[in-house]
Design a protein around this ligand. Structure first.
Ligand code: SAM
Length: 184
């Protein structure tokens, strides 16, 4: 099936307003724009709120949150350089709302109670598995602040045979330096 038919889904009407190539070029796993649209159904974000997008990757999720909800987003990531994320942010026209930075999830450079919401799309599983981590992260939320985490999973159970495309090795993305620093 054509990619354009796969990528436009009636259950994700807001995502359909975003470029197919943009989504494909910047994806790092499942469609993060869909996952963010899904999250917005349950997260009551209001324009002007301060949001941390932790493990934002190529900042598609941060851009989507800023454009769709008018929130200010601190787009924090370890592997992806903020320089390239800033270019994506500018191209998307949300330079006044999205602030990219490189940050390690266990050493966040923010004041306690700074954020109205913390979101993490397809990323929490990389750094949040320690039992103490949630308490650490929560301290950056104001009292009554919101935490929204989306982790990918299968839409349908796999019966007997694992589909061929799931067992096929994926080519590694090109990156340079330790831990992929310099990746885009
Ligand atoms: C699968 S990618 C998802 C990126 C993005 N949220 C998306 O859905 O497109 C996971 C992201 O988690 C980030 N990450 C992994 N470990 C991290 C850590 N310890 N601190 C901050 N970010 C981390 C990586 O840099 C990577 O960009």
């Amino acid at each position: 099936m054509e990619i354009s038919k796969l990528i436009r889904k009636p259950e994700f009407p807001r995502s359909s307003g975003y470029g197919q190539d943009w989504m494909m070029d910047n994806q790092m796993g499942p469609n993060a724009v869909w996952l963010t649209e899904w999250l917005l159904e349950v997260l009551d974000l209001k324009a002007g709120m301060r949001v941390l997008d932790l493990g934002c990757g190529r900042a598609m999720t941060s851009i989507f949150l800023a454009r769709e909800s008018g929130v200010q987003v601190w787009a924090a990531d370890l592997w992806i350089t903020p320089d390239h994320n800033w270019q994506r942010v500018l191209e998307a026209g949300v330079g006044d709302l999205v602030f990219p930075l490189r940050s390690e999830a266990h050493a966040l450079p923010f004041a306690e109670g700074f954020f109205d919401a913390v979101v993490s799309i397809d990323a929490y599983q990389y750094f949040g598995t320690d039992v103490l981590y949630l308490a650490y992260l929560s301290r950056f939320l104001r009292p009554g602040g919101m935490l929204g985490v989306v982790m990918p999973a299968l839409m349908q159970p796999i019966d007997d045979v694992i589909p061929e495309h799931l067992v096929r090795p994926k080519p590694m993305a090109k990156c340079s330096g330790r831990m992929g620093v310099g990746a885009s």
